[in-house]
Ligand binder design. Structure first.
Ligand code: 9D3
Length: 254
């Protein structure tokens, strides 16, 4: 996959792009990231790409022209089939795993990072064909969201994770929160690893983990449970979890 990133802060991507899985994906040719400095398309010698808002008000607005020019330099020809041209914006569709999977099916993405108080509306209306938010909190710009999108999409590209563990995780446990994990030592400052994990009984371990994942999800993210399809065993475990939680509640009342 090729990703073009339009930003006024290309330098903040370097740590991210040169670390860990993203670095390896690039080295192995699964991912190519082309950073485009929007200021290279500024129409003035000071390389300014923002201006005062028409109608007044606080702050500055990113101008349409440098962003249009940058995209047009990447995608010459008007009627060519356009890849997703994604404006990262607090007003966009909220990013999630399904959207990451959809984008991972594309050969190319163009990501536009906004800044200041916002971006000229004509970018949204006549240049971008998608708009994505990463959640309901206010950031200072679209750069971190662009990295979030690249990160989530890259790990889904075939070959990037060296599939065996990753693929199974996505089909089996995905949709539930993770079960608790431990490594050596078995006793750390008096805090013990659950006995079942040391038992060598793989069927008991599998059930314990599934039950833990279900209980955590039920307690912390019941919204996720509604979306995941549960096996007969899962439904049985969940009934047991709910039953024992109710009996715990009664003890508290009494
Ligand atoms: C102070 C300006 N705000 C007016 C209410 C609007 C605003 C514009 C630009 C708020 C934040 C930003 C910068 N954020 C992004 O560009 C951004 C973002 C975010 O802030 N949260 C979640 N996802 C995203 S994607 C891009």
């Amino acid at each position: 996959m090729r990703v073009d990133v339009l930003t006024i802060f290309p330098e903040i991507f370097s740590g991210f792009l040169n670390t860990s899985i993203i670095k390896r994906a690039r080295e192995q040719g699964f991912l190519t990231v082309n950073l485009v400095d929007i200021r290279d398309y500024a129409g003035n010698k000071h390389r300014n790409v923002d201006d005062y808002p028409f109608g007044g008000g606080p702050g500055m607005v990113m101008q349409a022209e440098p962003i249009f020019l940058a995209v047009e330099a990447l995608l010459p020809g008007e009627n060519a089939v356009r890849p997703p041209i994604i404006l990262l914006s607090p007003q966009g569709e909220v990013f999630n795993q399904d959207l990451a999977a959809e984008l991972a099916g594309e050969e190319r993405l163009v990501l536009i990072c906004g800044h200041y108080e916002g971006v000229d509306e004509r970018v949204r209306q006549f240049l971008a064909n998608r708009e994505i938010s990463i959640g309901d909190y206010v950031l200072t710009g679209g750069e971190l969201p662009a990295m979030v999108v690249i990160d989530a999409v890259t790990r889904l590209l075939p070959g990037v994770l060296g599939d065996p563990a990753g693929a199974r995780e996505d089909s089996f446990a995905m949709g539930l929160l993770e079960y608790p994990q431990y490594t050596r030592p078995r006793s750390f400052r008096g805090m013990e690893v659950p006995e079942v994990l040391l038992s060598g009984n793989h069927e008991r371990i599998r059930q314990w983990r599934r039950r833990q994942a279900l209980e955590r999800t039920w307690r912390r993210r019941p919204d996720l449970l509604a979306r995941v399809d549960l096996s007969a065993e899962d439904r049985h475990l969940l009934e047991e979890i709910i039953r024992s939680a109710r009996s715990e509640d009664r003890k508290t009342v009494l």
